[in-house]
Design a binder for this molecule. Structure first.
Ligand SMILES: NC(=O)c1ccc[n+]([C@@H]2O[C@H](COP(=O)([O-])OP(=O)(O)OC[C@H]3O[C@@H](n4cnc5c(N)ncnc54)[C@H](O)[C@@H]3O)[C@@H](O)[C@H]2O)c1
Length: 417
């Protein structure tokens, strides 16, 4: 049996993914509302395919545990999928993970071998220098009384289900044979290549991936600023022609979408992972200059674009915000560029802001509570605004290009240009 601790994007997908592959899975989330919602077949976020999977497996192969004890007791493998947000200085906040592991250690009967698997993203050296010593401190030697592994997750929000079910690579950081065997047994069935490496390498591979993506986005944004500064450069054409290089078109990698200018990267992973890798490297003695600039560029791109826009829009005009989620096909608004941009506008005295997002109006309102209005539909928004600012490149906006362009448009994603 498999236990999954933390039932957010990654945890719920992992739990249902293993159920889909035939395993019995018990999931536990510390948030009672989340547990109750899932028990009533409600997914707390938008993710294609997940609701159907929940309908197929709930109370058949996937069970909600009401306590960590109930989740872990009969499990041979325990996946930790809790959040690892950023601390004030950008380092990774491991509080939730350490709490979940401590709760597990308090509850497991030390009678059978269990493997604890860290699926949450943690900076390189966390498993070896923090988690392993924590187990030893509780009297559990890795490889003897308990197993330990790091298994980074590469799913993309919006494609979480298909990415999990058909992974392009499975990375397992493991240093004891019993855990390696246990993970091989459950992952073999996925039919993808499994790469066994040590703890630090597994953790590093995840950051290698996310910081490359964030660097590509910041690179594109810096290039767009250079192009604007030089002037008379057709920015979308330049990037679209760059993408014609066959090396970018590998489907479904869609690497090209990271090399395209916009108003910055957001969401849960790229901002915090880029900062966390910067912090851990700095702590260990090397200051990464590219990552530092990458973070700065992501912060400054919003103000750069908005300053340009504020020269052209008056404070009396009704400003329509097109898109609030950090990317299309998602209702995730964590660190979404829209929040930074709206705040700059509000701080500069622009009070008449009305937003529309196909999925994320509610989440945005709850998460940020900032004084703006929301429109129920694109039609309603376009009726009341004088100008609009496109922040998220939703397909609905492309489909309604004529309607949107009936009013002056500031397209911060170069999407409808
Ligand atoms: N979101 C992504 O696309 C993505 C992709 C790959 C990896 N990751 C990583 O996976 C981890 C989880 O990300 P997420 O987006 O699923 O986060 P999330 O915030 O959606 O979910 C985390 C869940 O953990 C629960 N939780 C916190 N402490 C707990 C505890 N002690 N016991 C039980 N449950 C607890 C929370 O209530 C929450 O529901 C993070 O480390 C993230 O960096 C995320």
């Amino acid at each position: 049996m498999i236990a999954v601790i933390g039932l957010g994007f990654v945890g719920l997908t992992t739990a249902l993914g293993f159920s889909e592959k035939g395993f019995i899975v018990k999931g536990f989330d510390i948030d009672k509302n989340k547990r109750n919602g899932i028990s009533n077949y409600k997914i707390p976020f938008h993710e294609p395919g997940l609701e159907e999977a929940l309908n197929r497996h709930l109370n058949k192969k996937f069970f909600i545990a009401e306590s960590i004890d109930e989740a872990v007791n009969k499990a041979g493998i325990i996946f930790y999928c809790v959040g690892t947000p950023e601390n004030n200085n950008g380092s990774s906040d491991l509080t939730y993970l350490l709490r979940a592991i401590k709760d597990t250690l308090d509850n497991i009967k030390k009678d059978g071998f269990k493997t604890l698997v860290i699926k949450s993203t943690v900076p390189p050296s966390t498993t070896s220098e923090i988690i392993k010593p924590l187990l030893r401190y509780s009297g559990l030697i890795v490889g003897e009384a308990i197993g330990l592994a790091n298994n980074p997750e590469f799913l993309r929000e919006g494609y979480a289900w298909s990415d999990f079910i058909n992974p392009d690579r499975i990375v397992v950081g493991v240093e004891d044979d019993l855990s390696a065997e246990a993970l091989k047994n459950i992952y073999n069935i996925f039919g993808s290549e499994i790469y066994f490496v040590n703890y630090n390498t597994a953790e590093f591979i995840k950051y290698l991936s996310n910081t490359l993506l964030s660097t590509l986005i910041s690179f594109s944004n810096e290039m767009s600023v250079i192009a604007k500064t030089i002037g008379d450069i057709d920015i979308p054409s330049a990037f679209n022609i760059l993408h014609k290089d066959a090396r970018w078109s590998g489907n479904p990698a869609k690497m090209a979408s990271y090399v395209y200018p916009g108003c910055g990267y957001g969401g849960y992973c790229l901002p915090k992972d880029t900062k966390a890798l910067y912090q851990i490297s700095k702590k260990k003695g090397f200051i990464p200059k590219i990552l530092k600039q990458n973070i700065e560029i992501n912060k400054n791109i919003k103000a750069f674009l908005i300053n340009e826009l504020m020269d052209k829009i008056s404070k009396e005009q009704n400003i329509g915000i097109l898109g609030l989620s950090f990317k299309p096909d998602s209702d995730d608004v964590r660190q979404s560029p829209a929040s930074g941009i709206i705040n700059i506008l509000l701080n500069n005295g622009y009070k008449n802001i009305i937003a529309y997002d196909p999925l994320a109006n509610k989440n945005f309102e709850i998460s940020y509570g900032i004084p703006i209005r929301y429109a129920e539909s694109l039609k309603e928004l376009m009726k009341i605004v004088d100008v609009s600012v496109l922040i998220t490149n939703w397909a609905e906006f492309k489909e309604n290009e004529i309607l949107i362009k009936s009013k002056p448009l500031y397209d911060l994603r170069y999407f409808l240009e």
